[in-house]
Each structure stands twice: as structure tokens, then as C-alpha cells.
Write a protein that binds this ligand. Structure first.
Ligand code: NAP
Length: 248
């Protein structure tokens, strides 16, 4: 049985009115970078839980979760008003297959995300395990506004650590920003702009694509990768080159 354990809120970083990072101390079991757990609160006598990916690498003292508060949501707006010293419930065992041990060695690993779904990639890259299976890693992050790149400093540190092995491509969809491209991920793959901006091609022979975030982005991007790149989903028993994690 996957028990709920008590998590103490150690800190909360509010990046904006609606984007936040929760730092939690909880006796959870070991997880694999890329996995998620569930966080639960009791709200008006009802227990409500949602899945959240770890941002921290395994074996950290504290757990880190990056999330967006949805005005009409049932849980996140309550997580947004937690204070240091408050408690949440958290699942002791982690879940999910969005991990590098489920991906075969290849030349280029594309880590593509929208919004707060950058989280699992930060965990994976911070841990730096299973990374030698890939020659280059391309971290692609799409947000609405430039100010939503909350983890820019952490990404700069990772870039220094990985040097030329790690390429970063920022996408801002609702304003024009220097060093970012503009548009939506499926179209940017369809029109070749994503590949030309990082000077690498996506192809079924040497690339693996990880997609994390907005479910419609994942659906549309998967279709384009299947249709124009001849790629296939990577499933538990069938090797392919598209691995996905829906954020809601
Ligand atoms: P998001 O809405 O998924 O947007 C993140 C990035 O993904 C943006 O660049 C967005 O482009 C892009 N995107 C969205 N749908 C796409 C699709 N079908 N295909 C390709 N790209 C797509 O993520 P988020 O900004 O982290 O927001 C997550 C959720 O929070 C959403 O449901 C949103 O409505 C909600 N939200 C709530 C508040 C609040 O006040 N509480 C504020 C912001 C967002 P576009 O700009 O073109 O959509």
C-alpha cells in the first residue's frame, strides 16, 4: 500500500501571483528523477490530491515542487496560500515512467516542456545519472511570458556544468523576447524553426523526444512527430522515440 505521510512546509517561493515553488520536508521513499508524487490537503472536510513532479534530484534533504495556482482549481489555489510551518500529506512512494532508464541510448535527447512542466527535467539534469547515453541534450521550455522562466538561474548553473552537451531553447508565446523564439511547439517543429534555432535535426534514427506539460501540446506534438518524422511512442514493451508526461 502506498501510504500518505506528513510533509512539513519548509519554504514557499512565490515567483508571481500564481506561480510558486513549495519546499517540503517529508519521509518519502527513494524516487527516480523524472517521477512524481501526490500532494493532498483537507479542504472543507474533503481530501483533495493532485500529482506533482519532483524538481529536486533524488536523495535531497528537502523536496521541491513547482506549480501554478489555478483560480478555478480545487487544490492549487490552497497550496498557493500555505505558509512555512503548515503541513500537507504526500505519497510515500513515487510514481511514473518519465525517467531516463526507460529511454534507449541515442545521439540527441530533446527535453520539451510547457510552463511548470520544466520540473522533472531539472530533477533529471541535476542528478546527472544515465546522461552518458546521449551525446547532446536539448532543453526546450515554452512559457507565455518571459517573466515565467522562474528557474533561469538554475538552468544557467546546469548549462555551466554540462557545457556544450546541453543546449537550451526558450520559447515565449505571448511576447517577443531576445534569445527566445516565438510560437507554439507543434508548429515550431512543423515549420522547422525549433530545429534551425538549435542547429540540430529531429529524426527517428538518432533522436528521442521527451514531452512534458500541456496535454494538447503533447497530443499535437506527438502527431506531428509521427506524421512528419516517422517517430513512434515509447511504451513499456515497445521501443519508440517519444516519451510523454501529461501535466493535467
Ligand atoms: P500553458 O497554458 O500550458 O502555457 C505554457 C506554454 O504552453 C505557453 O507558451 C502556451 O502557449 C503553450 N501552449 C498552451 N497550449 C498549447 C498547445 N495546445 N500546443 C502548444 N503549446 C501550447 O501553461 P501555464 O501557463 O503554466 O498554465 C497552466 C494552466 O494554468 C492553464 O490551464 C492556464 O489556463 C492556467 N493559468 C492560470 C493562471 C491564474 O491566474 N491562476 C494564470 C496563467 C495560467 P500560448 O501562450 O500560445 O497558449
Amino acid at each position: 500500500m502506498n501510504k500518505w505521510v506528513k510533509g512539513n512546509i519548509i519554504n514557499i517561493k512565490h515567483w508571481s501571483e500564481y506561480i510558486l515553488t513549495l519546499i517540503v520536508h517529508a519521509p518519502v521513499n527513494f524516487f527516480i528523477a523524472g517521477q512524481f508524487t501526490k500532494i493532498r490537503l483537507e479542504i472543507n472536510k474533503k481530501k483533495i490530491h493532485r500529482s506533482y513532479s519532483y524538481v529536486n534530484p533524488p536523495k535531497s534533504d528537502n523536496l521541491e515542487f513547482y506549480l501554478i495556482s489555478i483560480k478555478k482549481g480545487k487544490l492549487s489555489k490552497y497550496l498557493n496560500i500555505l505558509k512555512k510551518g503548515d503541513t500537507v500529506s504526500i505519497k510515500k512512494e513515487s510514481l511514473g515512467y518519465f525517467t531516463l532508464n526507460n529511454i534507449k541510448s541515442c545521439k540527441h535527447l530533446w527535453m520539451i516542456s510547457t510552463g511548470t512542466a520544466i520540473g522533472p527535467y531539472l530533477s533529471i539534469l541535476s542528478q546527472k545519472e544515465n546522461i552518458n547515453k546521449f551525446e547532446k541534450i536539448i532543453l526546450v521550455h515554452s512559457v507565455r511570458l518571459n517573466k515565467e522562466f522562474s528557474y533561469e538561474n538554475k538552468i544557467k548553473i546546469l548549462k555551466k556544468k554540462y557545457k556544450n552537451k546541453l543546449l537550451i531553447q526558450k520559447i515565449v508565446s505571448r511576447e517577443k523576447v531576445y534569445e527566445s523564439i516565438s510560437g507554439r511547439i507543434p508548429m515550431l517543429i512543423y515549420n522547422g524553426l525549433l530545429e534551425s534555432s538549435v542547429h540540430l535535426n529531429i529524426n527517428a534514427k538518432n533522436s528521442h523526444i521527451m514531452l512534458c506539460g500541456n496535454p494538447s501540446m503533447i497530443k499535437d506534438t506527438t502527431k506531428i512527430l509521427e506524421d512528419i518524422k516517422g517517430m513512434k511512442k515509447n511504451l513499456i514493451n515497445i521501443n519508440g522515440n517519444i516519451t510523454t508526461e501529461n501535466y493535467w
